[in-house]
Design a binder for this molecule. Structure first.
Ligand SMILES: Nc1ncnc2c1ncn2[C@@H]1O[C@H](COP(=O)(O)OP(=O)(O)OP(=O)(O)O)[C@@H](O)[C@H]1O
Length: 357
């Protein structure tokens, strides 16, 4: 429930309430001033019905105005986009039969208004120094920036570890590919590690949204760490999918969606790759097409990589091809044939040095 609530606010509310936004600046000022506050963002008909008293303002929203108006009793109503302050000093009279778990009147009112109107309601506590968000039946207490930053940094450390493990298993797979020793289990192991990395990435993105402009450093670290993970995962699928049944981009999309829900198992991975589950297939060697390793050769355009794989079919075939055979591929002349041959050799040597047995 808590995760669902957090996700709801991060997706729908944080774009205009994250640190660095004018609304957050105003709300933080009210919190610091310890006057308390009750703010409704949106003035729909259902809000109109429960408004009693107060006065109309119709001014452009500024953090300073919000802070001044919060010194008064009652609620403040903002426009849906939080660009205007519409009313202040408003008494709200939601149906008292609506269940509320809150104790104080401000928070009970906030919860009931959110449930009846569906609008975002922000309660800033005078005594407890917390900001609570309500919308429909969702409730979320904003966390202290320090707490979120600590969690985000822990997640970055976890990501670094997972990424190192993933890199190593990709290297090991590459070495096995040159030896024609890859089985389904080897591919599945790499896919599981990609899945773990994607999972931590998703968690980190929620922290980044929650941190707003305080999350810039985390974003930079995240981008640097994940620089090529998605491309590698896509190429891995391109190397191994049963392409008569499944397109690699589709498989990559499915991998991302599935890993959001629950941990992948072997059956799911087999389905992703478009392969049937047959007992005898489990230990059979798989021959990769070689997209992933060809992409490691510097300055080799994707169109040429496609032509090489189309012509030879597998890494095994083109890694043993002579210069003359490589020369026959469309887009490859003598110079490029040399470059490809040397490139493949260099990639192979590096993999054998880096592999961890
Ligand atoms: N129905 C309401 N409409 C508008 N404002 C309200 C309403 N109920 C309470 N408030 C505002 O909340 C203020 C504090 O009420 P109360 O102390 O009972 O709330 P609380 O939930 O305990 O919040 P806090 O933690 O800030 O004390 C009131 O002075 C009033 O400004």
């Amino acid at each position: 429930m808590k995760d669902r609530d957090r996700a709801h606010f991060i997706n729908n509310v944080f774009p205009f309430l994250a640190p660095g936004t004018p609304l957050r600046e105003g709300v933080d000022n009210v919190l610091r001033a310890r006057t308390g506050g009750l703010i409704i963002v949106g003035f729909s008909d259902s809000v109109r019905k429960i408004v009693d008293g107060g006065f109309q303002i119709e001014a452009d929203y500024t953090p300073a105005q919000l802070y001044e108006l919060a010194k008064m009793d009652g609620a403040i109503i903002l426009s849906k986009n939080a660009q205007k302050i519409l009313f202040a000093n408003v008494q709200l009279v939601p149906d008292s039969k609506i269940h509320s778990n809150e104790t104080g009147m401000r928070h009970r009112t906030a919860e009931r208004v959110a449930k009846t109107t569906g609008e975002l309601v922000i309660a800033i506590s005078e005594r407890r120094n917390v900001i609570t968000l309500y919308q429909t039946d969702h409730r979320y207490t904003l966390k202290d920036m320090g707490v979120i930053l600590t969690k985000a940094n822990q997640a970055i450390q976890t990501l670094e570890k997972y990424k190192a493990v993933l890199d190593q298993s990709i290297t090991n797979l590459g070495a096995l590919e040159f030896e024609n020793l890859v089985t389904f289990q080897d591919v599945s192991q790499v896919i599981h590690r990609v899945e773990m990395v994607l999972r931590v990435k998703r968690e980190l993105i929620t922290y980044v949204h929650e941190l707003g402009n305080e999350g810039r450093l985390i974003t930079m670290q995240l981008n640097e760490l994940l620089n090529n993970v998605e491309q590698e995962a896509f190429l891995l699928l391109k190397d191994y999918v049963n392409d008569e049944q499944i397109d690699a981009s589709e498989a990559f999309h499915d991998l991302q969606v599935l890993s959001e829900r629950k941990p992948l198992n072997d059956d799911m991975i087999l389905r992703l790759l478009g392969k049937a589950r047959k007992k005898e297939d489990q230990d059979r060697t798989l021959l990769p097409r070689g997209y992933r390793l060809l992409h490691r050769i510097p300055r080799l355009p994707s169109s040429i990589i496609d032509n090489i794989v189309d012509y030879f079919g597998t890494l095994d075939a083109f890694s043993h091809a002579s210069l003359e055979e490589l020369d026959r591929v469309e887009g490859i002349g003598e110079t490029r044939a040399n470059m490809v041959k040397e490139g493949i050799q260099r990639v192979q040597e590096q993999l054998f040095i880096d592999r961890h047995i």
